[in-house]
Design a protein around this ligand. Structure first.
Ligand SMILES: *Cc1c(COP(=O)(O)O)cnc(C)c1O
Length: 303
């Protein structure tokens, strides 16, 4: 096994900086607000969006070791890790939440992971929840025969990932007043906010229900940068009941946005972000003349 270094990662051929596209939308134009899409979904056809930004520094740090990570049955992060392993020739192991999944046919997302060479280990939910505890983690790695592996946490938001996402903010310096992004673990927002310039602010839309994310993001910034960085805040109103949850209203909104702008809308994160932005602009949240950039962090999963 050769160790991937920075030049090997270049073989992933990311399209960076990702394109910035203005869209004409009367709901924004009416308020004198410009809307631009930061097309991180175009960074790489398989290692999509913020997953490229978060994984690339981890793959360098893995230095050829097997990469172990964690996720649920439909995790974008698991799929991205498997794709990266396939592209770089690195072995990958996915520890999947839900022992019961082991006895069922794989869903299309997990099937893709396997096609990309990822070995899957299914664990019961109680154990999965405790994977952050050193003893539990050691046991899981031993069972997977991966004690020497490089471990990336669930959702991929560790220190290298957060630092890697600073580049997203840096690419947007001088281009936006507000940068809006959907949040899962918040790692991407933590890095993005740190990379923005003076006078710019970041607005996060959590797709999980819980209200714990501000503290999590502060913790990530503390570990990555030694303290809070950038001007950022969350709007917790647009989770639609939690991760993977939707409503007919949200579906109709996303269908209509796709038709109107010819951009495929990823439904777990990006749809909730765009919906939230339309509500905010109609509430008068953004000053007249403001430029709002919505980060398109991913694309729909093509089965
Ligand atoms: C993973 C993912 C996110 C969330 O990123 P975090 O860094 O965990 O907040 C947002 N959008 C898409 C499309 C994703 O796949």
């Amino acid at each position: 096994m050769t160790s991937p270094d920075a030049s090997d990662l270049a073989a992933l051929r990311p399209r960076l900086p990702s394109p910035l596209q203005e869209v004409t939308d009367d709901r924004f134009a009416r308020r004198g607000v410009r809307l631009l899409l930061k097309r991180d979904d175009l960074i790489h056809p398989e290692l999509i969006g913020n997953k490229w930004r978060k994984l690339a520094p981890n793959l360098t740090a893995a230095a050829g070791r097997t990469v172990v990570t964690f996720g649920g049955a439909y995790s974008n992060h698991l799929r991205a890790t498997a794709a990266a392993g396939h592209l770089l020739g690195l072995p990958t192991i996915g520890i999947v939440r839900g022992q019961e999944l082991a006895d069922r046919p794989l869903n299309p997302s997990l099937a893709r992971c396997v096609t990309d060479g990822m070995r899957l280990h299914f664990v019961d939910r109680a154990t999965y929840r405790r994977k952050g505890e050193a003893e539990i983690l050691t046991g899981l790695l031993r069972r997977a025969d991966a004690e020497e592996a490089y471990v990336v946490p669930e959702g991929g938001s560790n220190v290298p990932a957060v630092r890697g996402c600073r580049a997203l903010g840096e690419e947007l310096r001088g281009q936006a007043d507000i940068v809006a992004i959907a949040c899962g673990t918040g790692g991407t927002l933590a890095g993005l906010a740190a990379g923005l310039g003076p006078g710019q602010r970041a607005s996060g839309v959590p797709v999980l229900k819980g209200g714990f994310l501000t503290a999590d993001i502060e913790g990530l910034q503390e570990r990555a940068f030694g303290g809070r960085r950038g001007d950022w805040a969350l709007d917790e109103r647009f989770h639609f009941g939690g991760y993977g949850r939707t409503t007919s209203d949200l579906d109709a909104f996303a269908d209509e946005f796709e038709e109107r702008h010819g951009v495929a809308v990823e439904r777990l994160y990006v749809a909730k972000l765009l919906y939230g932005l339309v509500v905010m602009v109609e509430e008068g949240t953004f000053e007249k003349g403001a430029t709002v950039v919505a980060v398109v962090t991913g694309a729909p999963f093509a089965q």
